[in-house]
Design a protein around this ligand. Structure first.
Ligand code: CMC
Length: 392
């Protein structure tokens, strides 16, 4: 068949052409639709970036406000869906609940499933952005056994997400503007990252013409692993363990370098960035700001800064071009905001949703798209005859 090479992890395989996100891993460059990530993080908003990723251009003020308004008005979920969100075991991992919830949306909104009708796809886009906000807050509330609040259409996307997540029912509750801005920025930084594991999953599932909800639910599942989105949760666990052991990272770093039990410095390294992750620099700055605004220095931040300092001057990390990635400092910020560790990866999923939607839509509109169906190099037994049980 002419197949000669295996490409484990698709290190050298481009699965598609894309106009959405540009990364230069050696130069530490990340751009959405041509706009540098630092400019978007500084000046834009999460829903504006969602619009940009999905539609290809920054919206006019009128288009943005119409889009925000439409998303806002769809944040309410069906009452049966609310009930469904409350039926998972209390200690279920929020990522499992979130993936189930996104998958279940297709059963509640069957009018939004046709992948070939552009109005329907736009409806599904709005529904997913709107409902994911509600779902993410419900995942948090349900894990605490707290009541699931209704959305308030008069508030912005991130502001009302925070209110629905943390407010006490019937009490006036306004989030700290520093927290709103910081979370908005973090969601922007996570909004797309070209053909990573979860995005490739979304594309492969969608390539069979499965509906968009099934595709993004698969993306959430791919994101849940500790080598991908689950790293932000793993970083905090790692920092916590170092703190419990007296705060000295030397022994931990020795185990990482000796590859003892496969232990890795979580939040370090990246398949594409081999110089630095431009998102990490912005997140590090934000960690300082948020921790200062919300109450003093965190011991875990000091441990993280210490680990980074050791790693950046250690030959093991330098020679392998391992630098902090976006996940190294995000968990510290989420923790300071009041999120439990298990909520960190759902926040990543909330941020990545526009990217998954944009990539799914691009894939569906690309005449080059074919069903994702890689080949293999077979290395098993050659033909042999069946042996009856009594002769084995
Ligand atoms: N700690 C210690 N050693 C590492 C690490 C790390 N975090 N990452 C890579 N290495 C070593 C690895 O052992 C290998 O060494 P050697 O050449 O001696 O075998 C070398 O560096 C190359 O690593 P790799 O696993 O072949 O690289 P990859 O491109 O397949 O993996 C990665 C990329 C992100 C999965 C990996 O760096 C990793 O596991 N990092 C920790 C988990 C993490 O922080 N993930 C979040 C990634 S960013 C957000 C996202 O996209 O989800």
């Amino acid at each position: 068949t002419g197949l000669v090479t295996v490409d484990p992890g698709f290190m050298n395989t481009a699965s598609c052409e894309s106009r959405i996100t540009y990364i230069d891993g050696d130069a530490g460059i990340l751009r959405y639709r041509g706009y540098p990530i630092d400019q978007l993080a500084e000046h834009s908003s999460f829903l504006e970036v969602a619009y940009l990723l999905i539609h290809g251009e920054l919206p006019t003020p009128q288009a943005l406000s119409a889009f925000e308004d439409r998303v806002n008005r769809h944040t309410l979920v069906h009452e049966d869906f609310r009930t469904f969100m409350g039926t998972f075991p209390r200690n279920a991992h929020p990522m499992a609940v979130m993936a189930s919830a996104l998958n279940a949306l297709s059963t509640f909104y069957p009018e939004s499933l046709d992948p070939f009708d552009s109005d329907t796809v736009e409806l599904a886009t709005v529904l997913i952005l709107a409902k994911t906000r509600t779902i993410t807050s419900y995942v948090h509330r349900a894990s605490k056994g707290e009541p699931l609040l209704y959305p308030d259409y008069s508030r912005g996307y991130v502001e009302d997400f925070l209110r629905m997540t943390f407010a006490v029912p019937y009490q006036q509750w306004d989030p700290d503007p520093t927290v709103v801005n910081a979370l908005d920025k973090l969601l922007i930084l996570h909004a797309d990252h070209e053909q990573n594991c979860s995005t490739s999953t979304v594309r492969v599932v969608g390539s069979s013409h499965a509906n968009i909800y099934a595709s993004v639910a698969a993306g959430i599942n791919a994101l849940s692993g500790p080598l991908h989105g689950g790293a932000n949760e793993a970083v905090l666990k790692m920092l916590g363990q170092i703190k419990e052991n007296g705060g000295d990272a030397t022994d931990f770093m020795r185990r990482v370098k000796n590859k003892e039990d496969g232990v890795r410095l979580m939040g370090f390294g990246h398949r594409v960035y081999k110089n630095y992750d431009p998102r990490a620099a912005i997140v590090k700055q934000s960690a300082h700001e948020v921790l200062q605004a919300l109450g003093g220095e965190d011991e875990l931040l000091d441990i993280a800064l210490g680990l980074e300092e050791i790693a950046l001057s250690d030959d093991y990390f330098v020679s392998r071009k391992l630098y902090p990635n976006v996940d190294f400092y995000t968990g510290l910020i989420y923790k300071a905001m009041g999120f439990s560790e298990q909520m960190f990866t759902p926040l990543f999923a909330l941020g990545r949703m526009p990217g998954w939607i944009a990539q799914w839509r691009e894939m569906m509109n690309d005449p080059q798209t074919k069903i994702g169906r890689p080949r293999q190099v077979y290395t098993g037994a050659t033909e042999r005859d069946y042996v009856p049980g009594d002769r084995r």
